[in-house]
Design a protein around this ligand. Structure first.
Ligand code: CP
Length: 324
C-alpha cells in the first residue's frame, strides 16, 4: 500500500488519524513524536483491557494474519488484539494448506486477502517481503518480520517495555547480546533507539556481529555504540540487557550454529554483576540463552514484555484502521 495512504481512503472519508491507512514496514518511519502518540494509545488499551477486557472499536473490521514462518507471540497477540477490539481474524498460519503451496506468489496472495480483510499482518522469511507485499496491496500491510530484515512491531513493544520498566529512554545504556547478525529484533530496536540519547553496546560472537548496514546508520546519526565479544566488559553499566536467540533457521552451516548456540547464557550468577535496577529483556522464544532460574528475578522483564506487546499491537491496529 506504499507510498501514499490517501489513495486508499474511502471517498469522502475525513478521518485524519496519524497512521490511518499506512503500512508499518520499518521503524525508520517513526519519529519520537509518533512513538509518544503510539504509547499513549497503548496505555489507553492497557487500561481498557484491565478494566473492561473487550470493546467494539474495530467491530466489523477483519485482519488477515499471513504467516509464512512459525510464530507464537506475534501471531497470537495480533489475533488477540483484533478480537479484544471487537474485530475478527482470518488466520493463515500454515501457508502449506493455502494456495501458496500451489505456487501462488506473495503479491497475488495479498491481493487475494485484501478482498476479504481490512489489514494484513505478514511474516515472511525473505528480506524485503513486507515492502514487496505493500507495493502490491491497496490495504495496509504490517510487517511481522521479514527474514533477517526488520520486526518493527516488536521494536515498538520493546521500547514500550523499556519505558514501562525504567520510566525513560534518554540516558540509558542498552546492551544487545547474542545473534546480532540474523536477529531482526535488534536491527529494528537499534534503529528505533537512535531517536534517543542512548549508549548501545553490541555483544556477540565474532561471526554474529551487527550488520554493517545497521552500524553505518547509527554512525550517520551520531549514536554512541561499541562492539564487544565479552559481556562482562559492559554489564555493570547496563540499564537494559536485551538477549537474543541464535537463529538456527538462518544458518547454512549447522555445525557453526552448534558451536555458537550457547555462546552466552544468562544465569543468576551473571546477574550478580548487573545493576540492581535493570531490565532483562528477550523477544522470545528462548532456547537456553536465559536460564529458567533467572525468571524469578525482578529484573527479568521478558514475560511482561510479551503482555506489553498486546497493548502496542491493539494501538497499531486501531491507528491504521483510523479508530485511534
Ligand atoms: N518475538 C517474536 O516475534 O516471537 P514469535 O516468533 O513467537 O512471534
Amino acid at each position: 500500500m506504499t507510498p501514499s495512504p490517501s489513495a486508499h481512503l474511502p471517498l469522502g472519508d475525513q478521518r485524519t488519524g496519524r497512521f490511518y491507512g499506512h503500512d508499518i514496514l520499518s521503524v525508520s518511519q517513526f519519529s519520537r513524536d509518533d512513538l509518544e502518540y503510539i504509547f499513549g494509545v497503548a496505555e489507553a488499551m492497557r487500561t481498557m483491557v484491565q478494566h473492561v477486557g473487550t470493546i467494539d472499536l474495530l467491530k466489523g473490521k477483519i485482519l488477515a494474519n499471513l504467516f509464512y514462518e512459525p510464530s507464537t507471540r506475534t501471531q497470537s497477540s495480533f489475533m488477540a488484539a483484533m478480537q479484544r477490539l471487537g474485530g475478527s481474524v482470518i488466520p493463515i498460519s500454515e501457508v502449506r494448506y493455502s494456495s501458496v503451496s500451489k505456487g501462488e506468489s506473495l503479491p497475488d496472495t495479498v491481493r487475494t486477502l485484501e478482498c476479504y480483510a481490512d489489514v494484513i499482518v505478514l511474516r515472511h522469511p525473505e528480506l524485503g517481503a513486507a515492502a514487496q507485499a505493500a507495493a502490491a496491496a491497496r490495504k495496509p500491510i504490517i510487517n511481522a518480520g521479514d527474514g533477517p530484515g526488520e520486526h518493527p512491531t516488536q521494536a515498538l513493544l520493546d521500547l514500550f517495555t523499556i519505558v514501562e520498566e525504567l520510566g525513560h529512554v534518554d540516558g540509558l545504556t542498552v546492551t544487545m547480546l547474542g545473534d546480532l547478525k540474523f536477529g531482526r529484533t535488534v536491527h529494528s530496536l537499534s534503529r528505533l533507539l537512535s531517536l534517543f540519547d542512548v549508549t548501545l553496546n553490541f555483544v556477540s560472537p565474532a561471526q554474529l556481529t551487527m550488520p554493517e548496514k545497521v552500524t553505518a546508520e547509527l554512525s550517520r546519526r551520531a549514536v554512541k555504540y561499541s562492539e564487544h565479544t565479552r559481556l562482562d566488559a559492559v554489564l555493570p553499566q547496563t540499564d537494559v540487557l536485551y538477549v537474543t536467540r541464535v537463529q538456527k533457521e538462518r544458518f547454512e552451516d549447522l555445525a557453526l550454529y552448534e558451536s555458537l548456540k550457547h555462546a552466552f547464557v544468562i544465569t543468576p550468577d551473571t546477574l550478580k554483576a548487573a545493576k540492581p535496577k535493570m531490565a532483562l529483556m528477550h523477544p522470545l522464544p528462548r532456547v537456553g540463552e536465559i536460564a529458567t532460574e533467572v525468571d524469578a528475578d525482578p529484573r527479568a522483564a521478558y514475560f511482561r514484555q510479551m503482555e506489553y506487546g498486546l497493548f502496542v499491537r491493539m494501538a497499531l491496529l486501531a491507528m491504521v484502521l483510523g479508530k485511534a
